[in-house]
Design a protein around this ligand. Structure first.
Ligand code: PEP
Ligand code: MG
Length: 578
C-alpha cells in the first residue's frame, strides 16, 4: 500500500482500477505489467509498428509530396520500422522485464538515439532526431488506442495521468470514470473546475504518480483530503468505503436545505448563484437551491465542439440555459479563450507566455467577427429572460469601452434587421487583474456590475500560475495582497452603487465565505455542487461575527496566519463539513 498526497480539487471518494493515460509530450514512466499481460503488450507493439509503417508508406506514396529530401526521410524511417531486430529488442524487454509497451518502445528508441548523438560524425549524430520522430509516431499509435479506450469504457475506472486538459476532462463518461488524479494542476485550474462541475472526485499535483501505478491494482481517490492510496489493504478499503457512505449521507443531508434561503442567523440574505460550463448544468443549480447563474463560461461551447460555433450554436445554447432558469438571472460571460483554454491550437499563434498573452477579451477585440457572432446571439437571447452580459479579463477602461462600442454596433445591426433585443441588458465586467482591482473606481463608472474572478486575480497578483503544481503552495486567496485588492474593489462597487459578486473558487471554499461576508460581499457565484455546503455555512453564522473575523484578518501580515485563523473559525462554526 502506498499513500500519496496532492491537492484536493473535487470532493468525494472513488475506489476502482486505474486507467493510466500517458502523453507523447512527457517521458513515459517505467511501469510493470502482470506476466499474463505479456502477450497483449507484445501484440500492441506489433500493431503500433504496423500502423506506423502503413501511415509512412501512405505518406511516401502521396502525390503531393515531391521526390527529394522528405521522401528520403520517410524511406529512412520505414527502414527502421521494418527492422525486425528493433522490434525484437522491444518485445524482449516487455517479456523479460515485464514492462509496458509504451515504456519499452520509448526506452529502446531513446537508447539508440543516445548512441547516435555520441557519434562524432555529424551526419550520423543528426539521425538521432529521426529516431525521436519514430518514437513519437509509435507512441502516438500506442496511446491513441488508449484514448479510444477512454471513450468506450465498459467498466468503472479511475483515470491517472500526468496532465489532463479541460476539454479531455469534459468528455469523461461519468458512468464509468469515477475519479481522476494527475501529477500536474492546481485547485483553480480549469481541469479542476470541470471536475467539480461533473461532480467526480479529483486530486491533482501528486509527485511521481503515473510511475507508481501498476495495472490491476486498486486505487482510492480521496477528493476530500487530497489523497491517493495505491493498492490499499483490506482494512483501508473498508475504511474508505465507510467514508464514501458518510460523504453521500452528508451530501443528502445538505441537499435537504436546498429550499431554504441563504440567510445568516441575524437575518441578512446572501444571493447564491451557480457557475456553469455547459448548458445542461443549469438544472443542477436549481436542484441544489441556487438563485440563478452568476457565471456562464461560454468558451466551453467553443472548445467542446472542435469547430467554431455558429451564431445559431451560441443562440441555442443560451436559449436552453435561459429557459431552464425560468426568469432567474443568467450572467453570460463572453468568450474567455486563451491561456489553458484552447484546444484548437492551429487557430492560434503559439505564445511563450499564454496567460499574459492574447487571451480573453483581448482575443475577442482582435477577432471582431467571432466576437460579434457571439454578441448577436446573446442579444437575440436577451429578450427571453433576465440576461446579463459580462466581459472577462478587463484590464483598463479603454478595453471596456471598445467592447461596449462593438456591442452597440451589433445592437444597431439587429435593429436594422428588425430583430428584437433588450437595449437595457446590464453590462458587467470581471475584476481579475490587479490593474482592474486598483482602478475599480474608474471602471465602475462604465459598468453595471462587477464580478470578482479570484482565480485569475490571485494568479496575477501573486505571479503564481494557477495550474502549476510546482508553485501551488504559494497560490492563496488569503494572501494579504489579494485581500487588499478585494477590499478596494468591494468599497468602490459600494460607493458607485453597482452590484458586486465573487465568482472565483474562493467563494466555494467554506473557510473564505465568512471573510467575504465580513468584507461586505452579499452575492456569490460558485460551483453548483457546492451550493448546499456554502448555504449551510451562511445559515450558521452572523454578519456581526463575520465582520469581526474580517476586521481581524485584514490586520494580519501573512497568508499562513490568515488561512490558519479562517480554518479554525470555520471548524468552530461547522465541524461536520471539515
Ligand atoms: C476567475 O478567474 O476567477 C474566473 C471565475 O474565471 P475563470 O476561472 O474561468 O478564469
Ligand atoms: Mg478568469
Amino acid at each position: 500500500m502506498e499513500i500519496k498526497k496532492g491537492i484536493a480539487v473535487s470532493p468525494g471518494i472513488a475506489i476502482a482500477r486505474p486507467l493510466v493515460i500517458d502523453s507523447e509530450e512527457y517521458r513515459i514512466p517505467r511501469r510493470s505489467i502482470m506476466p499474463s499481460e505479456k502477450p497483449s503488450e507484445v501484440r500492441r507493439v506489433r500493431q503500433a509498428f504496423k500502423s506506423a509503417t502503413d501511415e509512412l508508406t501512405g505518406l511516401e506514396q502521396a502525390q503531393h509530396i515531391e521526390e527529394g529530401q522528405i521522401k528520403d526521410i520517410f524511406a529512412v524511417h520505414l527502414r527502421f520500422l521494418r527492422d525486425r531486430s528493433l522490434r525484437k529488442k522491444i518485445t524482449d524487454m516487455i517479456s523479460s522485464e515485464l514492462l509496458t509497451a509504451e515504456y519499452a518502445v520509448s526506452t529502446v528508441l531513446r537508447d539508440i538515439a543516445d548512441h547516435f548523438t555520441k557519434v562524432i560524425d555529424t551526419y550520423i549524430s543528426e539521425r538521432a532526431a529521426d529516431i525521436y520522430d519514430i518514437e513519437k509516431r509509435l507512441l502516438k499509435h500506442l496511446l491513441g488506442k488508449k484514448r479510444e479506450d477512454v471513450e468506450h469504457l465498459n467498466k468503472e475506472v479511475v483515470i491517472v495521468a500526468h496532465e489532463l486538459s479541460p476539454t479531455q476532462t469534459a468528455g469523461f463518461d461519468k458512468e464509468f470514470i469515477k475519479g481522476f488524479a494527475t501529477e500536474a494542476g492546481g485547485r483553480t485550474s480549469h481541469t479542476a473546475i470541470v471536475a467539480r462541475s461533473l461532480g467526480i472526485p479529483a486530486v491533482v499535483a501528486i509527485e511521481d504518480l503515473t510511475s507508481s501505478i501498476r495495472p490491476g491494482q486498486t486505487v482510492i481517490i480521496d477528493g476530500n483530503k487530497g489523497v491517493v492510496v495505491i493498492e490499499p489493504d483490506e482494512a483501508t478499503i473498508k475504511q474508505y468505503e465507510q467514508l464514501k457512505r458518510d460523504f453521500i449521507i452528508l451530501e443528502h443531508k445538505l441537499d435537504g436545505i436546498r429550499k431554504l434561503d441563504a440567510v445568516t442567523r441575524d437575518g441578512v440574505h446572501i444571493d447564491l448563484f451557480g457557475n456553469i460550463e455547459f448548458p445542461d448544468e443549469a438544472k443542477l443549480i436549481l436542484e441544489k437551491g441556487g438563485k440563478g447563474i452568476g457565471l456562464y463560461r461560454t468558451e466551453f461551447l467553443y472548445l467542446y465542439s472542435g469547430t467554431e460555433p455558429t451564431e445559431d450554436d451560441h443562440y441555442q445554447a443560451y436559449v436552453e440555459v435561459i429557459k431552464t432558469m425560468k426568469g432567474l438571472p443568467v450572467v453570460i460571460r463572453t468568450l474567455d479563450l486563451g491561456a489553458d483554454k484552447y484546444t484548437q491550437s492551429k487557430r492560434f499563434v503559439k505564445e511563450t507566455n499564454p496567460y499574459l498573452g492574447l487571451r480573453s477579451i483581448r482575443f475577442c477585440l482582435q477577432n471582431i467577427m467571432m466576437f460579434k457572432t457571439q454578441l448577436r446571439a446573446i442579444l437575440r437571447a436577451s429578450v427571453l429572460g433576465d440576461v446579463r452580459i459580462m466581459f472577462p479579463l478587463i484590464t483598463n477602461l479603454q478595453e471596456l469601452r471598445q467592447a461596449k462600442m462593438i456591442l452597440r454596433d451589433v445592437m444597431e445591426d439587429l435593429a436594422e434587421d428588425g430583430i428584437k433585443y433588450n437595449p437595457n441588458m446590464p453590462i458587467g465586467i470581471m475584476i481579475e487583474t490587479p490593474s482592474a482591482a486598483l482602478t475599480s473606481a474608474i471602471l465602475a463608472r462604465d459598468s453595471d456590475f462587477f464580478s470578482i474572478g479570484t482565480n485569475d486575480l490571485v494568479q496575477y497578483t501573486l505571479a503564481v500560475d494557477r495550474g502549476n503544481e510546482l508553485v501551488s503552495t504559494m497560490y492563496s486567496a488569503g494572501d494579504p495582497a489579494v485581500l487588499m485588492l478585494l477590499k478596494n474593489v468591494i468599497l468602490d462597487a459600494h460607493k458607485a452603487k453597482i452590484s458586486l459578486s465573487v465568482c472565483g473558487e474562493m467563494a466555494s471554499e467554506p473557510e473564505f465565505v465568512m471573510l467575504l461576508i465580513g468584507m461586505g460581499v452579499r452575492n456569490m457565484s460558485i460551483a453548483p455542487s457546492m451550493i448546499p455546503e456554502i448555504k449551510q455555512v451562511i445559515r450558521s453564522v452572523t454578519v456581526e461575527s463575520c465582520n469581526s473575523i474580517a476586521r481581524k484578518v485584514l490586520t494580519m501580515d501573512s497568508r499562513r496566519q490568515v488561512t490558519n485563523y479562517l480554518r479554525d473559525a470555520a471548524i468552530n462554526v461547522l465541524p461536520e463539513v471539515f
